[in-house]
Design a binder for this molecule. Structure first.
Ligand SMILES: Cc1cc2nc3c(=O)[nH]c(=O)nc-3n(C[C@H](O)[C@H](O)[C@H](O)COP(=O)(O)O)c2cc1C
Length: 363
C-alpha cells in the first residue's frame, strides 16, 4: 500500500510538474508554486503574540509541501487591531517568539511571509475606528475619516511593522489590500469618498498603498520582498473598479511589489461545486502585466492548480483547504481526488466558540 502511494506521488509530480517547480521572484526563490493564503488562525494570544499552536500549524504546513505560507493578518498599530486574539506586528518584544516560529518553517525549506494590515472600520478592538471616510463600523460605532496626520502615521506604522517582521525572520511581508479592511476601503469606490489626493482617481485611491511600499523599502531595504493582496472585484462600481485594476497593477509593479495575490470580496459566497472563482480575472491581468501573480479562491485539487498555472498565474494559493487538511498536498499526490473542504465557512467562527477549526475534523 505504502509503495502504491509513493508511486502515485511520483506520478503526480511528473504529471503536475510545473506545480512542483521552484520559482524565482524578484528577490525570493520558492521551492514550489504552492502557497497557504493568509488565514487568521484565532489561535494567537490576547497579548498580541503568536501562540505555540500557531507555530505548530506553520511547521505542519511546511512539512507538507507548502512552499510559501502567509500568516493571518497581523496589526500594524493598536488603532488597526481587528480582533482580541489577533497577532501584532508592532511589538518588538515578540521578535524572539516569532524568530523561533520562522526558524521552524525554514528548517523544512519553506518560506514564511507576514501579512500586515490595518483593519480600518473593521477594527473591533478600538473605540475610535478610522477609515478613509466617515462610515459605519459595526457595533453601533462610526469610523471617522482619517486625517492627513493619521495617514502618515499609518504609512510609518506599516514600515516599522515590516522591519519587525524582517528582524523576526519572515522572508517578506504582504500588505493586505483585500477583504474590506483599511487599504481595501481606500482603493474601493463607495468606502472612499475623499476629495483630497487619497480619493477619486485610481492613482489617488492606491496612493496610500504606494506610499506604504515605498516606506517598507526605505525601512527594510530595496531587496526585502513586499507582496500585495487585493480584491479582483468590488461590491460597488464593479466595472470601474476592474478597469482601475490595470492601473493599480502598473503602479504596484513600478514601485517594486514582489507579486500580487488576487482574491475577491465574495469568496465566502460560492458553493463547493464552484472552483477557481477568479480565474478569468487572473488570466486577463497576466495578459496585461508581467507582475508575478498568485491566485486564491476555490482552488481545490491538482487539476484546478494546473488550470491556474495554464492561464499564466505564477503560484496557486489556498486557505480553507489547508484548515481542513494541512496535509492536503501529500493527500492529493497519493490519489485523493480533491480537498474535503465543503465551503461551509464555519472556520470563520466555529473555532472561536468551540475551540475547533473545521467541522470536518477535530483540532
Ligand atoms: C477563517 C478564515 C480566515 C481568513 N483570514 C484571512 C486573513 O487574515 N487575511 C486574508 O488576506 N485573508 C483571509 N482569509 C481569506 C483567505 O485567505 C482566502 O482569500 C479565501 O478564503 C479564499 O480562498 P479559499 O477558497 O482557498 O478558502 C481568511 C479566510 C478564512 C476562511
Amino acid at each position: 500500500m505504502h509503495c502504491q502511494l509513493m508511486e502515485r506521488g511520483r506520478e503526480a509530480i511528473t504529471e503536475y510538474k510545473k506545480m512542483f517547480e521552484p520559482i524565482q521572484l524578484k528577490h525570493m526563490t520558492i521551492k514550489n508554486r504552492i502557497v497557504r493564503s493568509a488565514t487568521n488562525s484565532a489561535m494567537s494570544n490576547t497579548d498580541g503574540s503568536f501562540s505555540s499552536l500557531d507555530a505548530d500549524m506553520f511547521e505542519e504546513l511546511a512539512a507538507n509541501q507548502v512552499g510559501m505560507m502567509i500568516t493571518g493578518h497581523t496589526y500594524v498599530s493598536p488603532q488597526g487591531q481587528a480582533k482580541p486574539n489577533q497577532p501584532s506586528m508592532c511589538k518588538e518584544k515578540w521578535v524572539p517568539v516569532m524568530k523561533d516560529m520562522t526558524d521552524r518553517v525554514h528548517s523544512h525549506g519553506a518560506k514564511i511571509v507576514a501579512q500586515i494590515s490595518h483593519a480600518g472600520a473593521g477594527a473591533l478592538v478600538t473605540d475610535q475606528p478610522a477609515a478613509p471616510s466617515r462610515m459605519f463600523a459595526g457595533g453601533g460605532r462610526i469610523a471617522h475619516a482619517m486625517t492627513h496626520e493619521e495617514i502618515k502615521d499609518t504609512v510609518r506604522a506599516f514600515g516599522q511593522s515590516a522591519l519587525i517582521a524582517k528582524q523576526s525572520g519572515f522572508d517578506g511581508v504582504q500588505v493586505h489590500v483585500a477583504h474590506g479592511f483599511l487599504l481595501c476601503e481606500f482603493v474601493s469606490y463607495g468606502y472612499n469618498q475623499r476629495t483630497d489626493e487619497y480619493g477619486g482617481s485610481a492613482d489617488n485611491r492606491i496612493r496610500i498603498v504606494r506610499e506604504i511600499i515605498e516606506e517598507i523599502k526605505r525601512t527594510c531595504g530595496e531587496e526585502y520582498p513586499v507582496f500585495v493582496k487585493i480584491n479582483s472585484n468590488s461590491y460597488y462600481e464593479e466595472d470601474a473598479y476592474w478597469q482601475d485594476m490595470f492601473r493599480f497593477v502598473d503602479i504596484l509593479e513600478a514601485v517594486g511589489a514582489e507579486a500580487l495575490e488576487l482574491s475577491g470580496y465574495d469568496f465566502s459566497s460560492f458553493p463547493a461545486s464552484v472552483h477557481c472563482f477568479y480565474l478569468d480575472r487572473a488570466a486577463a491581468l497576466k495578459k496585461y502585466s508581467k507582475l508575478p501573480l498568485i491566485l486564491v479562491g476555490g482552488i481545490r485539487n491538482l487539476e484546478d492548480m494546473e488550470k491556474v498555472l495554464e492561464v499564466g498565474a505564477d503560484m496557486v494559493s489556498m486557505a480553507r483547504p489547508f484548515i481542513c487538511e494541512p496535509d492536503l498536498i501529500p493527500r492529493l499526490m497519493s490519489g485523493q481526488k480533491s480537498s474535503s473542504c465543503i465551503n461551509c465557512n464555519n472556520c470563520h467562527g466555529l473555532f472561536l466558540r468551540e475551540g475547533r477549526r473545521c467541522i470536518m475534523h477535530k483540532g
